[in-house]
Write a protein that binds this ligand. Structure first.
Ligand code: KG4
Ligand code: ZN
Length: 342
């Protein structure tokens, strides 16, 4: 099945072409530059930018895959969750394409796409559902932090999530407090590399709590007070790097400890992890080390499929259509608050 997928839930406009589990093209136009001066995503600007970029990005994906729109067997798009104005652009465009091409259409849950993105790997990238194992999965993005038990393909239940800020939000808001550009996650990652993670002691929220929930707003607040009391740190390169490493260590320890603990408790032998924050090198390394110690297999989404992209939408859509999921109506609406387990 040759399928075109569109993703426009937040600040990346993306189109991908997939065929038989293979990613033939995955084009991503990031809006980071546009939102940088506001220190976060401005929904109205995001929607307008999606409108501007969508067709060029879709054309580029078709050209890269060497196919025409007429050859497509199906069209898919992110249906939710996400920013309503942004979601609408990709979703309605995909329905319009399905309408004129007279092809089936499927709306995909953005988190479900992140959830199965660890199974996309290799060159060319290919979905490896043949080696699927029941797992505990950590989704860490700019807007969400979740632990999910995945019993089988598209059989999953949410174990816990953040009760306030997401992990990516914590990276971004902490970065803003210490004067770093948006999104601060990648910058903190880089500065932390040459910093001392034991320099400053920050709280590890809910680390010893029995639930699978997370909370990061208290950590952000403690950074705010720390910076207020030690403003000189921001003027000096090494203490700033130490601060980044220390904050990152707190976030990473909570994520790693709670993920591995849930996997052991539920008796699964595999851990997977996805979402923009999984690009973080300390998180990748420490999850790998903790899983090795606990004799758990670890599948991390490759960085190119970790931040928002249409390839993960297309892989899930094609797999679902191929395994009998009913197609969606061309009148279906976006679902901005669509929970993963609904
Ligand atoms: O999944 P994603 O592209 O968007 C959402 O669906 O939210 O994730 C974006 C988030 C941002 O908060 C960004 O700061 C974070 O991922 N991020 C990182 C790194 N790369 C991206 N956080 C920490 N370290 C990184 N290397
Ligand atoms: Zn995402």
């Amino acid at each position: 099945m040759l399928l075109l997928a569109l993703e426009s839930s937040c600040d990346e406009t993306s189109a991908a072409v997939v065929r038989a589990g293979k990613v033939c093209a995955n084009v991503v136009a990031s809006q980071i530059k546009l939102h940088e001066e506001y220190g976060g995503v401005v929904p109205e600007l995001a929607a307008r930018e999606h409108l501007r970029n969508l067709l060029p990005v879709a054309r580029a994906a078709l050209a890269e895959a060497g196919v025409t729109a007429r050859e497509l067997d199906a069209v898919a798009a992110t249906q939710g969750p996400g920013l309503p104005g942004a979601l609408m652009i990709g979703f309605k465009a995909a329905q319009a394409m399905a309408f004129v091409l007279e092809r089936p259409f499927l709306g995909v849950n953005h988190h479900e796409a992140h959830l199965y993105s660890p199974w996309i790997a290799g060159t060319p990238p290919q979905a490896d559902f043949e080696h699927f194992q029941p797992n505990v999965s950590l989704i860490v993005s700019g807007g969400h932090t979740m632990l999910v038990q995945v019993a089988g393909e598209f059989r999953h239940r949410v174990l816990g999530g953040t009760i306030d800020d997401a992990a990516g939000e914590c990276f971004d808001k902490t970065g803003k407090l210490i004067g770093l550009p948006y999104p601060a996650g990648p910058v903190i990652d880089r500065l932390a590399e040459t910093g001392n993670a034991a320099a400053y002691d920050f709280p590890r929220p809910l680390l010893h709590d029995a639930s699978d929930d997370f909370s990061f707003s208290g950590l952000k607040t403690s950074v705010r007070y720390f910076v207020r009391d030690h403003p000189e740190i921001l003027e000096n390169a090494q203490p700033l790097r130490d601060l980044c490493a220390s904050v990152q260590a707190a976030i990473v320890e909570v994520l790693v400890t709670k993920t591995v603990r849930a996997a052991k408790r539920l008796g699964v032998s595999c851990v997977t992890a996805s979402g923009g924050v999984i690009c973080n090198r300390a998180l990748r390394a420490q999850l790998a080390a903790a899983c090795a110690r606990a004799r758990l297999t670890l599948r991390l989404t490759e960085p190119r499929f970790s931040t928002d992209n249409a390839a993960m939408i297309g892989i899930v859509a094609e797999r679902k259509l191929a395994t009998g999921t009913p197609v969606d109506s061309l009148d279906a609406e976006i679902r901005p608050n669509w929970a993963l387990a609904d």
